[in-house]
Design a protein around this ligand. Structure first.
Ligand SMILES: N[C@@H](CCC(=O)N[C@@H](CS)C(=O)NCC(=O)O)C(=O)O
Length: 223
């Protein structure tokens, strides 16, 4: 097997890479790594101590790894160009990269740290959820982001370039962690964004991840 993805199944960044691979039909092996208790050999390939990392054994020698989901997805696009997951048009491509950045920064910070970490990761580590942090995220931090995305989605099927792209993968994967945390995009308040998420999450690539991960997270959510 040429490709190895190092990372945990519920990370939005690992899922971003796995969905990219699934959409391109590229086989890979997943090696579980908990970034909070990483084995020493993982630190050698992840200087920022983060998941995911990709190893490509087609590249000779031991220096055949790449960290960071954005770098990995860009590499996969160049190694496996079909189907294209980045728009061909320069402006639409740049827009897609901007949505990726938006998802990886503010969405990850608020959904990841402000909700999923509190409700799921802390329980996995036998800690206690600080529900006040979650409520602040849900009532103050996330609504402006969803207002923005409601406008951005508008009447479009996909965020950039008129086709499914890295923009949809990046935004969609962050919302999986919202759903894992027991929440949803409210269809009454954000009807276009909610309908868009339902469509994106119904794709076989997303559905496979959601079906695999839901049993893992739901027992912690219920605890
Ligand atoms: N920019 C990185 C972010 C990766 C990231 O933050 N991963 C989290 C898990 S979701 C992690 O490894 N956290 C461990 C830590 O920050 O110590 C990417 O796109 O891959």
């Amino acid at each position: 097997m040429a490709l190895i993805v190092y990372g945990g199944a519920v990370s939005p960044f690992v899922r971003k890479v796995r969905i990219t691979l699934a959409e391109k039909g590229v086989p890979y092996t997943l090696e579980q790594v908990n970034p909070f208790t990483p084995p020493p050999e993982f630190l050698a390939i992840s200087p920022l101590k983060r998941i995911p990392v990709l190893r490509d054994t087609d590249i000779p020698g031991a220096n055949n790894t790449l960290p960071d989901s954005s770098i990995i997805c860009d590499y996969l696009e160049h190694k496996y160009p079909r189907p294209a997951l980045y728009p061909a048009d320069p402006f639409e491509r740049a827009k897609a990269l901007w949505y990726e950045e938006y998802a990886d920064s503010v969405m990850a910070q608020n959904i990841g740290r402000g909700l999923f970490f509190e409700r799921i990761v802390k329980k996995m580590m036998r800690g206690q959820t600080d529900e006040a942090v979650c409520q602040k995220t849900l009532t103050q931090e996330l609504p402006p982001l969803f207002d923005h995305l409601e406008k951005e989605v508008g009447d479009k099927q996909f965020l950039a370039g008129g086709a499914f792209s890295i923009a949809d993968i990046s935004v969609g994967t962050m919302i999986v962690n919202l759903v894992h945390s027991g929440e949803a995009v409210d269809p009454k308040r954000w009807p276009k964004f909610a309908a868009y998420i339902t469509r994106i999450h119904a794709r076989p690539s997303f559905k496979a991840m959601i079906d695999e991960e839901t049993p893992m997270v739901s027992r912690f959510r219920a605890a």
